[in-house]
Design a protein around this ligand. Structure first.
Ligand code: A3P
Length: 340
């Protein structure tokens, strides 16, 4: 499978290069005027006017996407907090939607050469970056994109288009532990001292984590799901781990491509579950040797695969810290009907 037969992304719209540079500069100046705090990530984080945090380049990217991204009703957007199962849901969505062009069992699936983050790119970490305004109009329907921005800051064309959004949430304690490990990889790579888990938890609880506060992010998409269940699918990492096949079926129905009797008979759902399992994906050459270029740095694909467990927080968080996070979660989710 050559990467060129996969959905490919144009680099930029050359003719508007100067205008693009001005737009990026204007938004960079604006974000630079907003409050800046040390944070869980290796970078200091800015606070967006809408109340969420992230570092300069992806925040500017999100705002450029807001200004320039033209969503279509047929688009499907993966939305997650960092370290909630983004890589997994991207793999499941891509292999489900593209199963006719790329059968999962023929030994030539794109995942052999490309990681899920190359198959479904982030708007603000990969596409609207480095002064680029890519021409995405030529991508085939349904176009697949991803984002970490909160619901309140999605590109306005997303709401206007009525396109579909697939959200995954994860227990905040597991999300925190995963974010802590991930950011310490950046810190160590950059010669900084690793952060203690207690310090990471303090930042996390104060909302000073990428795209945080965690609770606002989850509640934003939860309420959108309650209001528009046909447009916003809401999955939980824990439940996906318990019954991945049921989630693949729900995903396929949600995007309007349910499995037919023949596919069920042939075991197509189980084949997708196997292909996208932690063990299978972690062992692929694209994971072991591949890299993903994000605006915050080029990352080895194996960084996206650590343990892939539910409840790993018990191995890392002091009991008092876990209780503090549970108390915040109970208080914030109490009236929402949400359990993670
Ligand atoms: P851990 O650090 O707890 O192991 P994201 O993809 O949002 O960056 O999240 C990464 C987390 O999802 C990591 O969690 C990673 O191990 C886990 N993960 C990655 N691929 C997975 C898969 N195919 N199945 C289950 N979990 C996966």
């Amino acid at each position: 499978m050559s990467p060129s037969s996969v959905q490919t992304y144009p680099q930029e719209q050359q003719e508007d290069a100067e205008t693009n540079e001005e737009l990026y500069q204007r938004l960079t100046d604006l974000v630079s005027s907003w409050p800046l705090s040390p944070a869980l990530s290796g970078f200091k984080l800015y606070r967006h006017d809408n109340g969420w945090h992230t570092n300069l380049a992806p925040m500017v990217g999100a705002m450029v996407a807001d200004a320039c991204f033209a969503a279509r009703p047929s688009d499907i957007i993966v939305a997650t907090l960092l370290k909630s199962g983004t890589t997994w849901i991207k793999a499941l969505l891509y292999s489900t939607v593209r199963r006719r062009e790329h059968p999962v069992d023929d030994g030539h699936h794109p995942f052999n050469s490309l990681g899920p983050h190359e198959c479904i790119k982030f708007l603000e970490y990969q596409l609207y970056t480095r002064n680029r305004v890519p021409d995405l109009a030529r991508l085939p329907d349904p176009r697949l994109f991803a984002t970490h921005v909160p619901f309140v800051s999605l590109p306005r064309s997303v709401a206007a288009s009525g396109c579909k959004i697939v959200y995954v949430c994860r227990d905040p304690k597991d999300t925190l532990v995963s974010q802590w490990n991930f950011s310490n990889r950046f810190r160590m790579r950059d010669g900084l001292e690793p952060l203690s888990v207690e310090a990471a938890a303090d930042f996390f609880c104060d909302g000073l984590s990428p795209s945080g506060p965690y609770w606002d992010h989850v509640l934003g998409y939860w309420h959108a799901h309650l209001a528009h269940p046909d447009r916003v699918l809401f999955f939980r990492y824990r439940e996906m781990s318990e019954d991945p096949a049921a989630h693949v079926r729900r995903l396929a129905e949600f995007v309007g491509r349910p499995f037919d009797a023949e596919e069920e008979e042939a075991g197509a759902v189980d084949a997708i579950v196997r292909l996208c399992s932690f063990e299978q994906m972690a062992g692929l050459g694209a994971t072991k040797n591949g890299k993903t270029e994000l605006v915050v740095g080029t990352i080895e694909n194996n960084w996206f695969f650590r343990r892939g467990l539910v409840g790993d927080w018990e191995n890392h968080l002091p009991p008092g810290t876990a209780r503090k996070i549970d108390a915040i979660t109970d208080a914030r989710f109490r009236d929402s009907g949400l359990r993670v």
